[in-house]
Design a binder for this molecule. Structure first.
Ligand code: AHG
Ligand code: MN
Ligand code: MN
Ligand code: MN
Length: 325
């Protein structure tokens, strides 16, 4: 077996700027450290609730806070970074530096799974910072197409780092001696699938197009879709998206009537946008049900958005249901 190249060797061949490569290298190193903290779990006393509610009105886990601090500190000390935004921070934090890049992140995605030992992850997005001045919160509110890079780490049976910079999607696996080794050189998502991912417990709250789409999946070979679908729902977006990147599928977190004023549960700036860039670069599609996520103009830092992503032909089917009203 030929020796696997590491992250530094892969980046050497990437056309991105040295500053972007510095940011990616810093994020990768922080995710390696997060992997060890997550793996230590109860031994390190890191499981359980922190007893604090975050800006999302969620009860924070101890690891939400610990991973947020670890990644925030690493990025604020990283020279090309002018500012950061996190699921766990109400406002952006600037570094006093100008130019370079802004990083938004979800330090621990899938927190509800951490105490039951199910895969969780870290999601990140890299945006250009304004030149000649320090960034403000408004400078973060860029459409997803402005991202110069995005990725996630998934802490599962293997710890992997999935990354897209200028083109394509690559995957690294963390070695026993803490090196990110290139194990997935070009991940792509097949256009068709027979596997859907949605939290079925919300079925009675969905809008009609989503209900019709999922009913079509459940109707099997005898139904209008003429194929038997399988279902998965990990409740860690990172794990569900990674499965789709590896073998295809469609993931849906739509608007539902539980909180009609909320467009959905997932956050645009540090969940939907980075995942949409990865999915599109792998040949899939990512929409809010109709419009490509990457084309949406953000208005608030923690704004939520409905998400439909994965195998292109299935995402198109959802859009056809939406067009039917
Ligand atoms: P986070 O843990 O960062 O708050 O994100 C959790 C999200 C996402 O990872 C997952 O797809 C979704 O919440 C699961 O929601 P339900 O628990 O409602 O199924
Ligand atoms: Mn999340
Ligand atoms: Mn989170
Ligand atoms: Mn959360």
């Amino acid at each position: 077996m030929t020796a696997l190249i590491d992250l530094a060797s892969h980046l050497a061949g990437d056309p991105s700027s040295p500053a972007v490569k510095t940011v990616v290298t810093e994020i990768a190193a922080a995710c390696a450290r997060i992997s060890r903290v997550v793996a230590g779990g109860a031994i390190l006393g890191n499981l359980g609730a922190a007893g604090i509610t975050n800006v999302q009105d969620e009860e924070q886990k101890k690891l939400d806070i610990l991973t947020n601090d670890l990644l925030s500190d690493a990025l604020k000390a990283c020279d090309p970074v002018a500012g950061i935004a996190s699921e766990e921070l109400e406002h952006v934090e600037t570094t006093g530096r100008q130019g370079g890049y802004l990083v938004t992140f979800d330090p621990l995605d899938g927190s509800s799974n951490i105490d039951v030992n199910v895969s969780v992850g870290t999601i990140f997005s890299i945006l250009p910072a304004p030149e000649g001045r320090e960034p403000t919160e408004a400078d973060f509110l860029q459409p997803g197409r402005h991202q110069v890079g995005a990725g996630y780490a998934v802490y599962g049976p293997q710890t992997m780092l999935v990354l897209t910079l200028t083109s394509g999607v690559v995957g690294f696996t963390l070695s026993a001696d803490d090196r990110w080794l290139l194990t997935h050189a070009a991940s792509t998502i097949p256009a068709d699938t027979a596997e859907f991912a949605i939290n079925m417990s919300n079925q009675r709250h969905w809008a009609p197009p989503i209900r019709r789409y999922v009913d079509g999946c459940l109707a099997g070979k005898e139904g209008p879709r003429a194929k038997n679908f399988n279902m998965r729902w990990v409740a860690s977006m990172v794990a569900d998206v990674h499965r789709i990147l590896m073998r295809g599928g469609i993931f849906l977190y739509p608007w539902d009537a539980r909180e009609p004023g909320k467009p959905g549960k997932l956050r645009l700036m540090y969940e939907a946008n980075p995942m949409a860039l990865i999915v599109e670069r792998a040949g899939g599609k990512a929409t809010d049900g109709v419009t490509p996520i990457l084309d949406l103009a953000p208005s608030k830092l923690h704004q939520r958005v409905p998400v439909v992503l994965g195998s292109a032909n299935e995402v198109d089917q959802v859009a056809r249901e939406a067009a039917a009203g």
